[in-house]
Design a protein around this ligand. Structure first.
Ligand code: MF3
Ligand code: CO
Ligand code: CO
Length: 246
């Protein structure tokens, strides 16, 4: 686990702003009838126009600039010619590299008119992030964040995915420590000022179990129920954490 210098933190802030801009552009673009590949092209354009590169592209063979995960797909959906339709929920997860620093964030967007239940799923993923970040302070432990995300999510009747976690971030997309969305407070790595992490609740309407498609990426719920994802890159400080991708 590496804490970041002032200079590195500045680099992380700038990379994160690229991701924020790409998410905002994707949100404006998403409507019934667009393909996930078209959404991905918009994302890649924003990233490159800001002088950054899409970190996902080529990462362990991943083919695209973004992960676009529709309905029962939790994460790592590969952009395709599939069109999104009214009532879908679409998670967009973007990592960008700028001047050697990574920013990483995800949102789940509603397409047209979605059910109240799906709206709540999206809202609880976001609120679970904020429940977690209340415990993201130097002097605490990673497990304090994990336990808060899990408690909030489960009290609201949703499941937390176990197979994938949040993570440290810096020059690399994934650094130590892992930041699970479940666990026990008081356990895990200590949180130190200058540590940079991604907190990213992945939550499900039904059971939390997931499976990976034969493409080796697309991760969906086993029970076929919908899932939502909400992620930001965050710097731990002695006081309030700094959320870089918001
Ligand atoms: N952005 C993802 C994360 O939050 C990682 C995606 S890796 C990819 O950790 F290769 F699937 F893009
Ligand atoms: Co991400
Ligand atoms: Co991440």
């Amino acid at each position: 686990m590496i804490v970041k210098s002032d200079k590195e933190r500045e680099g992380m802030r700038k990379a994160s702003l690229v991701v924020k801009a790409a998410l905002e552009k994707a949100e404006q673009f998403i409507r019934p009838g667009v393909t996930t590949l078209e959404i991905d092209a918009i994302v890649e354009d924003v990233i490159r126009s800001m002088g950054a590169t899409p970190s996902s592209k080529g990462f362990q063979g991943y083919p695209n600039a973004s992960c676009i995960s529709v309905n029962d797909v939790v994460v790592h959906g590969i952009p395709s010619l599939l069109t999104v339709k009214d009532g879908d929920i679409v998670s967009v997860d973007i990592t960008a590299l700028l001047n050697g620093y990574q920013g990483d964030a995800a949102r789940t967007f509603a397409v047209g008119n979605v059910s109240d239940a799906d709206k709540r799923l999206i809202e609880v993923a976001k609120a679970a992030f904020f429940a977690g970040i209340e415990h993201a302070k130097a002097g605490g432990k990673v497990g304090d964040i994990s336990a808060a995300v899990q408690l909030y999510t489960e009290l609201n009747g949703f499941g937390v995915v176990r197979a994938l976690t949040g993570h440290g971030i810096g020059h690399k997309m994934h650094e130590a420590p892992e930041v699970p969305n479940f666990g026990r407070r008081g356990t895990g790595s200590p949180l130190k000022s200058g540590l940079c992490i991604c907190i990213e609740p992945m939550i499900t309407a039904g059971d939390w179990r997931v499976k990976v498609d034969r493409d080796g990426w697309t991760t969906r719920t086993v029970d076929g129920k919908k899932a939502a994802h909400y992620e930001n890159t965050v710097i731990i400080t002695d006081g309030e954490p700094e959320i870089l991708t918001l």
